[in-house]
Design a protein around this ligand. Structure first.
Ligand code: DGP
Length: 140
């Protein structure tokens, strides 16, 4: 099966990686709502949250929690928006958790997601490095 996110996980396609752990990969969204928008994916191919094996749920949500901390500590966001589209509005059929940096007055309203662009690959790399540097260690 040809899955875009599986190809990123396999290293066949490039990505700005923020988190690389045995069961998970976190990388920058190429169409970020705000700069530093991370997609967190399980390395096994599952379509939606409903399809995720139960034992991986705390692994995925624990990493989402750490990324939510990293957007604050690493990027200076006030908070975050953490979301999963399942089937409806899901454009890539491989489970992905969006972790979006949020700051009061940033203009994000309801379910309309504006999109921005990185000025260059170097700028995206700098955001990825700041997030990776602020990421708490996984629990033992
Ligand atoms: P959703 O619409 O919830 O399925 O989110 C899918 C996200 O995937 C969307 O925000 C854009 C992002 N995206 C699409 N293609 C690529 C890609 O090739 N690389 C990366 N890093 N992100 C992608």
């Amino acid at each position: 099966m040809d899955c875009l996110f599986c190809r990123i996980i396999d290293g066949a396609l490039p990505a700005q990686v923020v988190l690389d752990e045995p069961f998970l990969l976190g990388f920058l969204d190429t169409r970020p709502v705000f700069k530093g928008h991370v997609l967190l994916v399980p390395k096994i191919h599952v379509h939606t949250l409903v399809d995720l094996p139960a034992e991986l749920l705390p692994v995925v949500m624990g990493a989402a929690q750490r990324l939510a901390r990293a957007v604050v500590d690493g990027l200076g966001a006030q908070g975050s928006f953490v979301a999963v589209n399942n089937v409806v509005s899901q454009s890539v059929p491989h489970l992905h958790v969006h972790v979006v940096p949020r700051t009061k007055g940033d203009g994000l309203r309801g379910f309309f997601w504006p999109r921005t662009k990185y000025a260059s690959p170097d700028e995206a790399q700098e955001y990825a490095a700041r997030l990776a540097g602020a990421l708490p260690a996984p629990p033992e």
